[in-house]
Ligand binder design. Structure first.
Ligand code: WTA
Length: 645
């Protein structure tokens, strides 16, 4: 950990919405009088029927219920589009930068309105009604934003599935929310390579049949269209009008479902609703990035993740911002791509993930220094802890010591950023997400749930609700309660560990449950294990994370084979391919160790603590192994470990 402190630069303070005194004052009010605070800030979005009620939430284990602005009505798409038309109809809403540097497109707010209304009418024409679920499996093209906003316009609930997920993962997510429509594209394009999205969607639909598949033409690659089910977006869009009346939604009507991994079971459908989510996404976007008119804002995430939902689409567009959407990857055609795009579009605010920073850091400074980057004034980081070395490189080489870095901690479940610096208010410490946003009350507890005071380390909980919080697990409220409110009764448990220093700054140390974070992608170890044991040659598997220079964490799999199977390198490759097929490339194990036995207690429980230590190559102190059913398996695991430091 670093003790360097970077004070707020004078130029940053001069233009920022809040300085430290204002932060303190607003924060105090937000927690002492949440009702009054959010009553005022809820007005930042346009309501059809204004709310009279503000906060109505209970963290009581026996009655978890979260409602904000519950008697207000609004429409998210009009907030993100129509209300800006008068003042900024000709302003770019979306700047789209293609995978190939020769391709880009600018979509004004007026054009966005036209496109979204058409898409909404098409969905309507296909029978999609308020409350229906629509699965979106698209690459990073403007149609992804159109599709999201079109759903919001007619009150349909979108469920976006990241394009890197396999047909099986897609099918599982279609089935879980019983969606009858998929929106996909012929192919995606990333780093010059095509991704067969339509073919994947076809395979998913064999398992999870849908009534309709809307296909956007991206590459022109060959696809098979199923008569009566599949339609081309460009053909259908020509037939519908570009006027579409928005549906009046209650603040607590669902806006979207997004599946995310937890420590057990299949991915959970995190449900976000309309009013509180939009208020929170737009407010955090404005304050955390200190967004002002004229800024060009770029978040490099994919819309398949929550960061893309809140900080490419909903937050920025609700604020009338110009948001850049990038189809490609950081290293194509060169490791200077990000900075070339920054120069090309004069990006002022740039928000990315530590894994990208670390990989670019490894590619050499010359890719950065050959570019100008003089438009940049603020940098952001999200998705996993940023190590101080990567922070310093980002600060010095990319930002030329001029741009503050906002290290934003949050989760799919939280809807928006919870712990973060504010550029004009917060002195920075490399590696720390610093202080809570307005209305957010973090606390550190020990394993029994006792509050730890002052400078300390433990588990991170949030003691009261904020408007962007998830409301439930789609179709399974009990799972919501058990996952987040059962560990420490009366508090929201984040699953993260953290340290709080003497200045009250929070330092997130990573997950304390069986979730691993691979290149900023959340992965449940249980999901990878169940994919492995689904292979006919595997009898048992245990998966843990281990430190990885670029990815943050890598996936380490211990595999016990069926009696008589040979532990060969070819089989390792086969198992990796198998996991990719079952879940998707993002779940590929980095290291596989064949283990004749796994360390188990006498009652048969796998002792993951030991497996984690061996995977981390720090097995000198394994703690008490005397309770193991067969202590000798540990020696074999150590001898044959894959991660020799
Ligand atoms: C981790 C992504 C440290 C954390 C928005 C959290 C972070 C999980 C940070 C959520 C950060 C996210 N510093 N850790 N700034 N941001 N995390 O749901 O472990 O994909 O619980 O949401 O990522 O991942 P998710």
């Amino acid at each position: 950990m670093s003790d360097n402190v970077f004070p707020v630069p004078a130029e940053v303070a001069a233009r920022a919405y809040v300085d430290d005194a204002k932060y303190q004052e607003m924060y105090r009010r937000s927690v002492e009088d949440p009702d009054g605070f959010w009553r005022e800030h809820g007005k930042r979005v346009d309501w059809i029927k204004p709310y009279t009620k503000v906060k109505h939430t209970s963290y009581d284990y026996h009655n978890v219920s979260i409602k904000w602005f519950e008697d207000g009505t609004l429409n998210v798409s009009t907030n993100c589009i129509d209300r800006h038309l008068e003042k900024r109809g000709d302003q770019p809403a979306i700047i789209w930068e293609g995978d190939d540097p020769s391709e880009h497109k600018v979509i004004t707010y007026r054009e966005l309105h036209h496109e979204v209304c058409k898409f909404a009418n098409l969905l309507h024409f296909k029978g999609v009604k308020k409350g229906d679920r629509v699965t979106i499996y698209l690459p990073m093209i403007p149609e992804a934003a159109y599709a999201m906003l079109a759903c919001a316009r007619i009150g349909a609930i979108h469920s976006i599935v990241f394009g890197g997920f396999s047909p099986d993962s897609l099918a599982q997510r279609i089935q879980d929310c019983e969606s009858k429509v998929i929106i996909t594209a012929d192919e995606g394009l990333r780093g010059g390579r095509s991704v067969p999205l339509k073919a994947n969607a076809d395979r998913a639909a064999e398992k999870a049949p849908v009534d309709c598949m809307i296909v956007v033409r991206r590459t022109g690659g060959a696809v098979t269209m199923v008569e009566g089910r599949d339609v081309w977006y460009h053909e259908e869009a020509d037939r519908v009008s570009d006027h579409c009346a928005p549906v009046e939604m209650n603040a607590e009507d669902p806006l979207f479902i997004l599946y995310t991994s937890g420590s057990t079971g299949s991915p959970k459908g995190v449900l976000h609703t309309t009013g509180g989510y939009l208020v929170y996404a737009s407010m955090t976007h404005q304050y955390v990035f200190d967004y002002h008119d004229g800024d060009i804002y770029w978040c490099t995430a994919d819309v398949g993740w929550v960061t893309g939902h809140s900080y490419i689409v909903y937050g920025p567009l609700a604020n009338g911002a110009t948001t850049l959407m990038f189809e490609g990857v950081p290293t194509y055609p060169s490791a200077g791509r990000f900075w070339d795009v920054v120069d090309k579009h004069k990006v002022t605010i740039f928000y990315t993930a530590p894994t990208a920073i670390r990989s670019l850091m490894g590619a050499g400074d010359e890719h950065v220094t050959r570019t100008s980057r003089k438009s940049l004034r603020l940098l952001g980081s999200v998705g996993e802890p940023i190590n101080p070395e990567a922070w310093m490189w980002y600060h010095k080489v990319v930002g030329e010591e001029r741009c503050p870095i906002v290290d934003t901690w949050w989760q799919t479940e939280t809807g928006g950023i919870l712990i973060t610096p504010l550029p004009g208010a917060t002195a920075l410490k490399p590696g720390s997400a610093t202080r809570p946003f307005f209305g957010v009350q973090p606390a550190v507890v020990d394993a029994e749930g006792n509050f730890l005071e002052g400078a300390t380390e433990g588990n991170l909980v949030i003691t009261d609700s904020w408007p962007g919080q998830m409301r439930t697990v789609y179709g399974d409220h009990e799972r919501f309660v058990q996952t987040y409110f059962a560990t420490y009764k009366g508090m929201y448990f984040t699953g993260d560990g953290c340290r709080r220093d003497a200045d009250g700054y929070y330092w997130i140390t990573g997950r304390v449950d069986d979730v691993i974070n691979v290149s900023g992608h959340r992965m449940g170890t249980a999901e990878v294990e169940s994919a492995l044991v689904a292979h006919p040659k595997v009898s048992e598997a245990a998966v843990v994370g281990y430190p990885h220079d670029i990815k943050g964490q890598g996936i380490y799999a211990y595999v016990t084979l069926m009696e008589g199977e040979e532990p060969t390198d070819a089989l390792k490759k086969e198992l990796v391919a198998h996991v990719r097929k079952e879940i998707g490339p993002i779940a590929s194990p980095d290291l596989i160790q064949f283990a004749p036995g796994l360390p188990k207690t006498r009652s048969g429980k796998i002792m993951r603590r030991i497996l984690r230590k061996i995977a981390e190559d720090s097995f000198e102190n394994l703690g008490d192994t005397s309770t193991l059913a067969d202590p000798t398996v540990v020696d074999d695991l150590i001898t044959n470990r894959q991660n020799r430091g």
